[in-house]
Design a protein around this ligand. Structure first.
Ligand code: ADP
Ligand code: MG
Length: 345
């Protein structure tokens, strides 16, 4: 997605991120339901004695985290590993191209280790199939040769936990999905939670921001911790340049302006989407394909990155005939809602 300053997909901040990523479940803010479930599963896995149990028992079940970008899926995977004291190997669905790559990774895992596969929906079908027996029976079947002389050899694996993350759970095949014992959906955060994220991160970044301003920042972060952190870093830069380590209101407003984030936390791309529907389709309905083509984005980004927040905030609505902008969407673009007409409502 072209220069979207708050594009939650960009992980470019990873270098100084280390200190900002919570490493314990107790430091992870919000997502109470998910945390409570994980706590229970972790306790159970820790107290079971693997030696006395059958295949797969005593090992944490495979976990799938799904939800929009920047809400903490990767962070939770890392936390699970550190809570269990096991090591975590990371890869992505797209990087796993050949069965041989998968075999190398899986046979390299020790008992209880975690394999984290980000963007797991991007695995190709052949690779995906190799995971079925790996996840279920901890064995890896590799076919050697072709045609009638082909034979299968089976590599035994140590028992491991697969943690998958995806923004698109609908693209996962059901055989794969069914092999995850734990499936957790991450939700957008509310402003008080995001303000807390900002407060804690500001300490790590060596800057000060008061409660009220942390809240102002939180309200413009699209419900997303990654965006809070990005805005905070930029605000820190502005503060430092003006010779202080205190983030004041002026600095904050300057940051929003520089990053083109409006009062409702909408960025350029959000506004373009809303304005396109409003101006070119008198508020809708307009089909996803048409809209994606006009915005010059692929439909996946529109559906999984831009729209979920606008939907949850009640700015747009999905109808059988396409997307419609609701009153709140007009207001968020600084426009007057059009008069409701019977045709639509
Ligand atoms: N609940 C949370 N509390 C504190 N920081 C968080 C939380 N969730 C996410 N973050 C931070 O936000 C950033 C993005 O999180 P990440 O786990 O990479 O998201 P995802 O994998 O879902 O795209 C990271 O820097 C992470 O430390
Ligand atoms: Mg991630």
């Amino acid at each position: 997605m072209e220069d979207r300053i708050i594009d939650p997909n960009i992980a470019q901040e990873d270098s100084d991120e280390v200190s900002l990523r919570p490493s314990r479940l107790s430091q992870f803010i919000g997502q109470e339901r998910v945390k409570k479930n994980l706590q229970t599963f972790l306790e159970a896995a820790k107290t079971r004695d693997p030696k006395k149990l059958g295949k797969g028992e005593g090992i944490l079940d495979h976990i799938l985290f799904y939800g929009p970008p920047g809400l903490g899926k990767t962070t939770l995977a890392v936390i699970v590993a550190s809570e269990l004291g096991v090591s975590l190997k990371r890869t992505t669905g797209k990087a796993l191209e050949r069965a041989g790559d998968v075999a190398a990774i899986l046979t390299g895992l020790s008992e209880g280790d975690i394999l984290f596969v980000d963007e797991i929906h991007r695995m190709n079908p052949q690779i995906e199939e190799t995971f079925y027996s790996a996840m279920e029976d901890f064995r890896f079947d590799i076919v050697l040769g072709k045609g009638p002389s082909a034979r299968t050899i089976t590599l035994p694996l140590n028992r491991f936990t697969l943690i998958g993350a995806t923004t698109r759970i609908s693209l996962l095949s059901s055989p794969l999905r069914d092999r995850f014992g734990i499936i957790e959906r991450l939700e957008y955060y509310n402003p008080p939670e995001l303000a807390e994220v900002a407060k804690r991160a500001s300490k790590a970044l060596g800057v000060e921001i008061d409660r009220e301003l942390a809240h102002l920042l939180a309200k413009r972060a699209r419900g997303t911790p990654r965006i809070v952190l990005r805005l905070l870093r930029r605000a820190r830069d502005f503060a430092v340049v003006s010779g202080t380590n205190v983030i004041g209101k002026e600095v904050l407003l300057e940051t929003f302006k520089a990053l083109e984030v409006n009062d409702y936390g909408l960025d350029k791309m959000d506004r373009r989407l809303l304005e396109t529907i409003i101006e070119r389709f008198s508020g809708g309905p307009v089909g996803l394909e048409t809209m994606a083509a006009i915005l010059g984005e692929d439909r996946d980004s529109v559906e999984d990155v831009i729209e979920p927040y606008l939907l949850q905030e009640g700015m747009i609505e999905r109808t059988p005939r396409g997307r419609v902008v609701l009153e709140k969407g007009y207001v968020a673009c600084g426009l007057k809602p059009r008069v409701k007409n019977d045709f639509l409502f």
